[in-house]
Design a protein around this ligand. Structure first.
Ligand SMILES: O=C(CO)[C@H](O)[C@H](O)COP(=O)(O)O
Length: 210
């Protein structure tokens, strides 16, 4: 099980400072969608250059023009790029094809997918690397989470790694660990803490213990 730190509400210098604090306790650093919107793929490039030993995920949430966008994120240094599970099959297939060419990985974000089991089976068959259940900020605000959804995809996905994102905190991490995803994605649960390093260290310890 790996731990990914999601950075959503920072600029490039703040991102670098934050990662410096927690780098020894995380496996992947995510350049979140709002950061890409504000800073562009320069943020991916800057963080990869500053932390060459960490994997960098570009959370582009691709919906179209997938091959091109995967190519551009790869050129910026991303190791993993996200596409939406609601995208057309042709887009997901195009993303996978380009990622393979570039030696990169594709994570499919299942946010807003209605028939999760059926779509997870379909995208798994397309050769994606990760399938991620995700409760976005708008549904977190009304008390939703993705714990049951994680069990659903775990029961149907045969090839891809499974991941979970959306509002995971120290208190809820045990519930996530029980279901044994390959990747746990945490944003505010680390970045919102006064002692970010301690929060990341504790999460890493819990994940390692399994
Ligand atoms: O992709 C995202 C929002 O669309 C976030 O990066 C993801 O939800 C993790 O952040 P948090 O733990 O704060 O919910």
């Amino acid at each position: 099980m790996e731990l990914q730190l999601a950075l959503d509400l920072v600029n490039i210098p703040e991102a670098i400072e934050l990662v410096k604090e927690v780098e020894e306790h995380i496996d992947i650093v995510e350049i979140g969608t709002p950061v890409v919107i504000n800073e562009g793929l320069h943020a991916v490039k800057a963080v990869k250059e500053a932390f060459p030993n960490l994997k960098v995920l570009a959370d582009l949430k691709i919906m179209d023009a997938a091959g091109y966008e995967v190519m551009k994120a790869s050129e910026a240094g991303a190791d993993i790029i996200t596409i939406l599970g609601t995208a057309e099959d042709m887009s997901i297939q195009g993303a996978v094809e380009e990622a393979k060419k570039q030696g990169k990985k594709i994570l499919v974000d299942m946010i807003a997918v209605k028939d999760l089991a059926a779509r997870a089976k379909e995208v798994d068959a397309m050769g994606v690397d990760y399938i991620c259940v995700h409760t976005g900020y708008d549904l977190q605000a009304v008390g939703k989470n993705s714990f049951e959804d994680l069990q659903t995809i775990k029961s149907v996905v045969k090839n891809a790694k499974t991941a979970i994102a959306g509002g995971i905190k120290l208190e809820t991490l045990p519930e996530v660990i029980k279901v044994n995803p390959d990747l746990v994605i945490v944003g505010g649960g680390i970045t919102g803490q006064a002692d970010k390093k301690a929060a990341a260290a504790k999460m890493q310890e819990m994940i390692k213990q399994g």
